[in-house]
Each structure stands twice: as C-alpha cells, then as structure tokens.
Design a protein around this ligand. Structure first.
Ligand code: ACO
Length: 162
C-alpha cells in the first residue's frame, strides 16, 4: 500500500492513476457532472493524493492549493465502493494534511461536503464553523449550494503519518 500526491504532469503511470481516480469519483459522486470531474482531476492547478494498492487506485482526494492564501479547497474525496469503512479514508486525509502543510505551506482546508459525508469530515477534524478570515478565501472558492461548507485547520507540528 502506498500514498502518492501528484498532478497531471504527462507521466504515463500518473495519467493511468488519475484516470482510475476520475472513474472512482464518477461512480461515488453521482451528482457531479462527469465532465466537471475530468476537468478538475486533469487540471494542472489541482493535485491528487491517492491510495495505491498493487498498482491500482483504491481512492483519493483532489484539491486545489491556493499557495498565496495558504489554504486548500478539497474538490472531490472518495474510496472505491468495496474498500470503504476500512480506514483508507482516514489515512488518505492524514497524508493530505501532511503533504499540504509540508510541501504547499497550507494552514487550512475548506470543502463543500455532501450531506452524507459530513460525519466523515467531522471525524477528520472538520467543522461547520469557518474560522479562516473571510478575506483569505472569499472570491477564491465559489458558492455552491449542493453541500455544506466545512473547514479544517492543519496542526503546524503534529506528525500526521508514520
Ligand atoms: N458518514 C459518517 N461517518 C462516516 C462516513 C459517512 N459517510 N464514512 C465513513 N465514516 C466514518 C467511519 O465509520 C469511520 O469512523 P470510526 O473512525 O469511528 O470507525 C470514519 O468515518 C473513517 O472511516 P474510513 O474507513 O477511514 O472512511 P472510508 O475509507 O470509508 O472513506 C469516504 C470515507 C471517503 C466518505 C467514503 O466512504 C466514500 O468514498 N464515500 C462515498 C463518496 C463520498 O461521499 N465522498 C465525499 C463527498 S464530499 C466531497 O467529495 C467534497
């Protein structure tokens, strides 16, 4: 099992994994238009943290780091159906936090969580109260009424992965 974080850089193996992740999102997030999923997953300003097992994608998180604002927006998060509730979603989020803090210099994440995923995000440290000053994120992320805006502060020191 391994965790990788990458974006559309033209490397064959990376493209194969990104297409696999796009397919998981399309299946697990049926309310999202498929073209929109492809566009963001393949967009070079987005990054994806993925769980890879035996060279296959099990799930992942696609996010956009706003480096100057020091926050990231999680666009999509999913684990393939037969591998859910085994702890992969938690480990994935921990790898995302570690990478975003240490490589991107981010302090917070924001996401529009689907109603049925709010419980998962709360377990990952997200809250419905937004503490981040509005001028740091306003105008960067779009209003979207298909979910609940949630925030997570990344601890500056905590080791999130082993
Ligand atoms: N609601 C409430 N609690 C949940 C949910 C949920 N939908 N999913 C998992 N949990 C809980 C688990 O019971 C577990 O609790 P525990 O630590 O007390 O045992 C904890 O959250 C972590 O569980 P994991 O096994 O690590 O989570 P999993 O690997 O199943 O991944 C995920 C969670 C990503 C939500 C997965 O279930 C999934 O892909 N669901 C369908 C797609 C989806 O809803 N994605 C999020 C949409 S919002 C967005 O993308 C921005």
């Amino acid at each position: 099992l391994k965790f990788v974080c990458l974006s559309n850089d033209g490397i064959d193996q990376h493209m194969i994994w990104l297409v696999g992740l796009k397919n998981i999102f399309a299946r697990q997030l049926p309310n999202m238009p498929k073209e929109y999923i492809v566009r963001l997953v393949m967009d070079r300003s987005h990054k994806s943290v993925m769980v890879i097992r035996r060279n296959h994608v099990v799930g992942g998180i696609t996010y956009r780091p706003y480096i100057s604002q020091r926050f990231g927006e999680i666009a999509f998060c999913a684990i393939t159906a037969d591998e859910q509730v085994k702890g992969y979603g938690t480990r994935l989020m921990n790898h995302l936090k570690q990478h975003a803090r240490d490589e991107d210099g981010l302090t917070h994440f924001l996401t529009y969580a689907d109603n049925n995923a709010v419980g998962y995000f709360i377990k990952q440290g997200f809250t419905k109260e937004i503490h981040l000053e509005k001028d740091r994120w306003h105008g960067y992320i779009k209003d979207y009424d298909g979910g609940i805006l949630m925030e997570c502060r990344i601890d500056p020191k905590l080791p999130y992965t082993d």
